[in-house]
Design a protein around this ligand. Structure first.
Ligand code: F6R
Ligand code: ZN
Length: 195
C-alpha cells in the first residue's frame, strides 16, 4: 500500500484505472434471488453465467479518515425486464456517505433508508451523485449497448451490509417498458423484520 501521496489515470474509453489492487467480477450466479423474474434468471443461468458488473479498487486501510475508492462498471443487459444492476448494500457503519461520479453511460441509483424513505437518481456522464449516510444504494445500467462506468469514494471504515438487501430487496425496481426505463414498486419487497 502506498505511503506517499499518489495519483492514477482514468482514461476513456474503458476508464479502467492505470493502477489498482483488487478486481471484483460479479456474475449472474452471484445475484441469486435478486431479480424479480426468477424463471428468466434460471433460464439465463442455464445458458451462461454472464459477467454483469466489475469493480476495480485501490487498497487503503479500512479506517476512519481514509477514503476507499475505485471504479464500478455495470454492463448492459437485462434479466427478464429488469436491467443489469449491482447487488446493492447498506454500509455497516450506517452513518457513512458515498460519492459517485459517472464517467460513461446511463442509469439510475436506487436508494432507500431503514426508515422507509426511497429515492432514485439519474446517472449520466458528467453527473455527481452524493449518497447520504443511512441510504442503501444500487446502480442500474439502462443503456442497451453501453457500459455504466462510475468513480466512487467512501469512508474507509464504512464496511458493507449485503444481507439486509438480499433478504428484503429494494422498494423500487428499474424495468424496461416498451424500450424505456420505468421505475416501479417491487411487488416482492418485504419490510425489515423489526418493523
Ligand atoms: C462501495 C460501493 C461501490 C459498490 C459497487 C458494486 O461502498 O458502493 O463501490 O461496491 O458499485 O456494488 P455492490 O458492492 O453492491 O456489489
Ligand atoms: Zn457503498
Amino acid at each position: 500500500m502506498k505511503e506517499v501521496p499518489f495519483s492514477f489515470d482514468l482514461k476513456a474509453p474503458d476508464f479502467v484505472p492505470s493502477d489498482y489492487d483488487n478486481h471484483i467480477q460479479r456474475k449472474l450466479s452471484n445475484m441469486q434471488g435478486q431479480y424479480l423474474d426468477q424463471s428468466a434468471y434460471e433460464a439465463m443461468l442455464s445458458q451462461d453465467d454472464k459477467l454483469l458488473y466489475q469493480v476495480y479498487e485501490l487498497k487503503r486501510p479500512e479506517i476512519e479518515g481514509e477514503l476507499l475508492h475505485g471504479i464500478s462498471i455495470v454492463h448492459p443487459g437485462k434479466v427478464g425486464d429488469e436491467y443489469y444492476m449491482t447487488k446493492g448494500h447498506y454500509h455497516t457503519v450506517l452513518e457513512t456517505a458515498e460519492i459517485y461520479y459517472t464517467l460513461k453511460g446511463r442509469g439510475y441509483m436506487v436508494m432507500e433508508t431503514p426508515e422507509g424513505d426511497c429515492a432514485v437518481e439519474e446517472l449520466k456522464a458528467g453527473s455527481v451523485l452524493y449518497v447520504l449516510p443511512r441510504w442503501a444504494h444500487r446502480s442500474v445500467n439502462v443503456s442497451a449497448d453501453e457500459d455504466l462506468v462510475m468513480f466512487f469514494a467512501y469512508p474507509g471504515n464504512a464496511g458493507h451490509d449485503y444481507g439486509t438487501i438480499e433478504t428484503q430487496g429494494f422498494r423500487k425496481l428499474v424495468v424496461d417498458k416498451d424500450g424505456h426505463p420505468e421505475i416501479v414498486d417491487n411487488p416482492r419487497w418485504s419490510p425489515p423484520e423489526s418493523a
